[in-house]
Design a protein around this ligand. Structure first.
Ligand SMILES: [Zn+2]
Ligand SMILES: [Zn+2]
Length: 240
């Protein structure tokens, strides 16, 4: 999935034009001084954890060898065609996402969008993102920053197709069913689609409830197939 040969190119591209990282350039994770303005040092880049080959063909969660579908996808039809994440939401990948969310590190958005473009085929007509909660807004909207950088990188137009119509309580600790219930009807399309294939971006896939509600709103709104790419994905063992 991941070709390390181009990692230095992605790093260089991510660092270009980033004034905040120029004086002096330091690794975002371990703080080691860097010879050029890139967000990560080589050893932190090498330590990033990527998903391997044995993934559920629908939701992208790890499954045992020889199994196509996880337990959830075997019993429930998802409103998206497939979801994929670069790696588990822990360690360095988690640190990068938190940096993007709370630190306003635009270079990290470029870096992570570069990873997404490298890891997955970008076969869509529109890129969009999971919208923010209208009340519980984060300092930075990671999904939008990622989608914006990805759109620029792969030259697929970005359109903010979705809007969150009401605030919903935090989802931490709830099951997939409880989360879906929480989010029922909370997303709407800004305009109707004409069957376009949409790439939906979010930072973290937890149970898939949010992207499922968004995908359902898109399909109900006239858009075609919905693909979901996230930077990371929680595993049952390290969900927080
Ligand atoms: Zn480092
Ligand atoms: Zn699955």
């Amino acid at each position: 999935m991941w070709r390390s040969s181009s990692s230095s190119e992605i790093l260089a591209a991510a660092g270009r034009g980033t004034i905040a990282l120029l004086y002096p350039p330091r690794c975002f994770i371990c703080d080691v001084p860097l010879p050029e303005p890139t967000p990560l040092c080589k050893s932190c880049l090498d330590e990033l954890e990527w998903f391997g080959e044995n993934l559920c063909t629908v939701c992208g969660g790890p499954v045992p060898e020889g199994i196509d579908l996880c337990r959830e996808c075997a019993v429930e039809l998802r409103p998206f065609t497939h979801a994929r994440a670069i790696g588990p939401y822990r360690g360095s990948l988690r640190a990068l996402i938190l940096g993007l969310k709370y630190g306003g590190e635009y270079a990290l958005a470029r870096l992570l969008a570069g990873f997404l473009a490298e890891a997955f085929p970008m076969e869509a007509e529109i890129i969009t993102y999971v919208p923010q909660d209208p009340v519980r807004k984060k300092p930075q909207h990671a999904a939008e920053l990622l989608a914006r950088e990805l759109s620029r990188h792969v030259e697929i137009p970005l359109e903010p197709l979705l809007v969150k119509t009401r605030s919903t309580p935090p989802q931490v600790g709830l099951s997939y069913e409880e989360r879906r219930e929480n989010l029922q009807g909370a997303f709407a399309v800004r305009h109707s689609g004409r069957g376009e294939r949409v790439l939906l971006i979010d930072d973290v896939y937890t149970t898939g409830s949010t992207v499922s509600e968004c995908a359902e709103a898109l399909v109900d709104g006239g858009f075609g197939e919905v693909l979901v790419f996230t930077v990371a994905r929680t595993l049952f063992s390290d969900e927080d």
